[in-house]
Design a protein around this ligand. Sequence first.
Ligand SMILES: C[S@@+](CC[C@H](N)C(=O)[O-])C[C@H]1O[C@@H](n2cnc3c(N)ncnc32)[C@H](O)[C@@H]1O
Length: 341
Amino acid sequence: MSMEPMLYSYNDNSVLQATCQQIGNPMLEKMAAAYADQNSRDPKNVRIAEYGCSGGRNSYEPMETIIAALRKRTPDLHAECILEDLPSNPWSQVMEEYPRLTANFNGNVQVLCAGNSFYNQICADESLDLAYSYVAAHFLSDSKPLTSHVLMHEANAAERVEWETHAAKDWENFLLLRARELKKGGKIMISTMSRDDNGYSWKEFSHVFWNCAQRAGSLSKRELEALCIPACLRSEAELLAPLRPQSAAGDLFKVDSLDFLYSQVDGERDLDISVLAPLLRRRVEAVWGGMFLTQLAESQNGRKPEAVMKDVWDSFEDELSRDVTRGWLYMQCFYLQLTRK
Ligand SMILES: C[S@@+](CC[C@H](N)C(=O)[O-])C[C@H]1O[C@@H](n2cnc3c(N)ncnc32)[C@H](O)[C@@H]1O
């Protein structure tokens, strides 16, 4: 089963993911400034890519941050921005966001959409100056069967082993592809959800969801087993493994920094539970819902996947409205900065 894009509702429910940028965008600003400083010939044109842009709502700020930092040094700089996501991404939504980006730079910014998995090469060899990816690189290229849970980290050991091997290969492959695309001296920041000995964000939600799905009379055993989230939230050791010295990716990238930090939406914890529970349901459904619909359609039980899943999401919301602390939504993320050697 290959990865599916977010639902159309993602843009309007992506405010939590946007909080990662409060931490990450100042890093992007410094990264762009460092790139400008090291580039003695002062390039007039730059190419910047984002991997996993979804509906584009959260693409505007980081792109603007990078371009503004470069323009401090080169005021008439032209930027070509590649916004990448899966072929079935809602590209019309991305292009609705596009005028917000060009308006601030007198039209000297062009946006190109690349509908191609980031497990393929997106840009030509050594053609990219700067790049970033927020809340996307934890998604895997495809998934193996996972019958004991929806998330690999909660599955039984026998199923987990195969997923861990696959996830490690995906991460190395992602890095090697980006190394091909970046110019020498080019820089990338990758940030997404991480895992440590205390767990990871959305972990408790995965249990709430799995319990609701198991309890729901609307799902057959086969449908239940078809549900999974093709994602790996990596630990520090897993992130750094392919970047060790004298390895394929380690020879191509210098690790500038790796930080692990938390973010959340300000004031959200103070909301009344009757407001919070439906809000959290919409947020989780916007990210996981599309994958589950596709998985149910592929399990071919002849029933409408939306109708089958509605019961599960209703009971998920019901569960949260009884005890919202079971699944508080925060982001526990890593911020990895690399320079192409
Ligand atoms: C949670 S959204 C993040 C969007 C945005 N970067 C943000 O921070 O809000 C994750 C995005 O990663 C995309 N994605 C997952 N696997 C992908 C792949 N193999 N290639 C390209 N995009 C992928 C999904 O389609 C989705 O749009």
